[in-house]
Design a binder for this molecule. Sequence first.
Ligand SMILES: Nc1ncnc2c1ncn2[C@@H]1O[C@H](COP(=O)(O)OP(=O)(O)O)[C@@H](O)[C@H]1O
Ligand SMILES: NC(=O)OP(=O)(O)O
Length: 311
Amino acid sequence: MRVLLALGGNAMTSPDGRARPEDQIAAAEVAMRGVADLVARGMDVVVTHGNGPQVGNLLVKNEIAAAVVPPVPLDWCGAQTQATLGFVLMNALDAALRARGVDRRSATLVTRTRVDPQDPGFVRPTKPIGRYLPKEEAVVLVEHGETWEDRGERGWRRVVASPEPLEIVDATAIDALVGAGFVVVANGGGGIPVVRGADGGLAGVEAVIDKDLGAALLARSVHADVLVVATDVPHAVLRFGTPEAEPLGGVTVARLRALAAEGHFASGSMAPKVDAVCRFVEAGGTRAVISNLDHIVDAVAGRAGTVVTPG
Ligand SMILES: Nc1ncnc2c1ncn2[C@@H]1O[C@H](COP(=O)(O)OP(=O)(O)O)[C@@H](O)[C@H]1O
Ligand SMILES: NC(=O)OP(=O)(O)O
């Protein structure tokens, strides 16, 4: 069985949302123990991950240091997060595999995702990245031309362009690595966004692709049997945040689309996860699950989490 596991930003930071190196290393060690459990059961696993906090922090560092060293564009920041987070995940995964006596190795692939240069996401930024700030600090940055939006009790957050993923450019290489027996970390942050020019060449573009939508396309591109979207809650929840809140267990893709249309899933957080699992199953995937990492083996088997099936 081939599994695509999408690690959310929450799975890559400390419970209080801090993204210090030590927080990310500790979070990766927890996440990779679950992946090693899957590999120990004979599964092929591809891991992808978010990069919202990390790419936003890198962008700020570039802007602050611009007077000292040449700043780099947002797509370069995204590429750097793939290397850094892949490195951290590989160290954690290799250790977890060794602890289980599993003779498999990890690999990370710098991965590009093609987008449409005319995507409306370039006109209306929607993807939250980086740190949270109080409103009074965010509005100063808005006056300097940045786009920030109120993200509720945690504060305001910068938002950038987030175009639709159209093609995982490096899917063939990912598939080859899996076929050679590697546990592969790929398409971090939804992939490095690129556009194809008239000459057929690829060029980076400043944006951050939604990791969950990127994961749905990657899962299809590498012929995964199961897609697991791992976050910090055990299920998607109906009437979330209300006294009538109800965890959602097994559900058909048609029913889940109907529930999404009723507005149960918040944009920018659970909604893209729901969209991603629906896309995967609608495209022929056997099963897709939204859950946390606590019961990853059960989630893959369809025994835990919000389990989406055809129908
Ligand atoms: N209907 C819902 N069911 C469950 N969680 C929801 C729902 N709506 C919003 N959320 C929030 O979505 C969060 C997960 O989304 P997000 O923070 O973007 O995850 P990640 O960073 O792990 O990808 C949960 O922690 C929860 O607070
Ligand atoms: N690129 C992306 O979707 O990252 P997060 O999941 O951390 O927001």
